[in-house]
Ligand binder design. Structure first.
Ligand SMILES: [Zn+2]
Length: 276
């Protein structure tokens, strides 16, 4: 029977495929899986016409932000300066890939309904000042102190990042994480003052005190670690941090906006040299 000779076309792809439209694509002219393409939040666009490789390696030029905006516009995904800054600090390449991972997954609840028109190009300032130009601080129950919104944002971000990177379970863990966050905030603020007033001895002293407090905290944490290592709670993860802090090579990649950390470490090494 003639109908029996009809066979199913097994070459039919199960997953729809697309051809990248970028002129210099390595896979130009060949079909690629749609998973190689970024999906637009605008269903009428579907996917970006260029494949992920081309977008990350050929189209995006981080010195020309328009290339970034253009891709995000096609994906109808918001550009959020703070998230972009985080992506830049977090990876060496494939910035768009990292950015989309942050926007679509890490910060899903915040941005899942946002479109390109909801973009925020400026870093949002959370510094509120009174008539005298001092930061307005309010009591915070969680941190048990008077803090400005900027400081709370710093502390909460630092604490949250520690939480993401390490297992913070016990009250002791939480206490150490909080105190490290607070010491880091003070070190950050005193560093900024010192950088703006390099000849001000008080500013330099304040920074050096902050650094030694941070160091002392890390030392005591390490001491506590060896004390507590006999307990059931594994502190291996924390030990690594404190060990790194101890060796002055603690570079928390989870504080992307804090590029100054490298300056601080260099500064710490200078102090060591001076004391030798
Ligand atoms: Zn391509």
């Amino acid at each position: 029977m003639a109908t029996k000779t009809k066979t199913v076309n097994t070459s039919q792809p199960k997953e729809p495929k697309k051809i990248c439209q970028y002129k210099d694509c390595d896979a130009m002219g060949r079909y690629q899986l749609t998973s190689n393409f970024y999906k637009s939040r605008n269903v009428s666009i579907g996917y970006h016409p260029c494949c992920k490789d081309c977008i990350n390696n050929k189209i995006i030029n981080i010195d020309d932000m328009q290339t970034v905006y253009d891709v995000l516009q096609t994906l109808d995904t918001p550009f959020i300066q703070e998230v972009w800054t985080e992506a830049l600090a977090d990876v060496e390449e494939n910035y768009i890939d990292k950015y989309l991972d942050l926007i679509n997954n890490t910060y899903k609840t915040r941005y899942e309904n946002a479109r390109y028109k909801d973009s925020i190009y400026e870093k949002t300032s959370s510094i509120e000042k009174d008539e005298d130009g001092n930061e307005i601080k309010e009591w915070d129950d969680e941190w048990q102190g008077y803090y400005s919104k900027r400081e709370l944002a710093y502390l909460n971000k630092y604490y949250q990042d520690l939480n993401n990177d390490f297992k913070i379970i016990t009250t002791n863990h939480k206490d150490y994480a909080r105190r490290i966050a607070q010491a880091s905030l003070i070190m950050n603020d005193t560093y900024n003052v010192m950088r703006d007033n390099p000849d001000d001895k008080d500013a330099v002293n304040a920074y050096n005190t902050a650094v030694s407090n941070f160091d002392r905290l890390s030392k005591s944490a390490q001491f506590a670690e060896s004390q507590r290592s006999a307990s059931d709670v594994s502190l291996g993860c924390f030990g690594k941090v404190f060990d790194a802090v101890e060796k002055h090579n603690f570079v928390p990649k989870h504080i992307p906006e804090d590029k100054d950390m490298f300056d601080k470490i260099i500064d710490q090494f200078m102090n060591i040299n001076r004391s030798l």
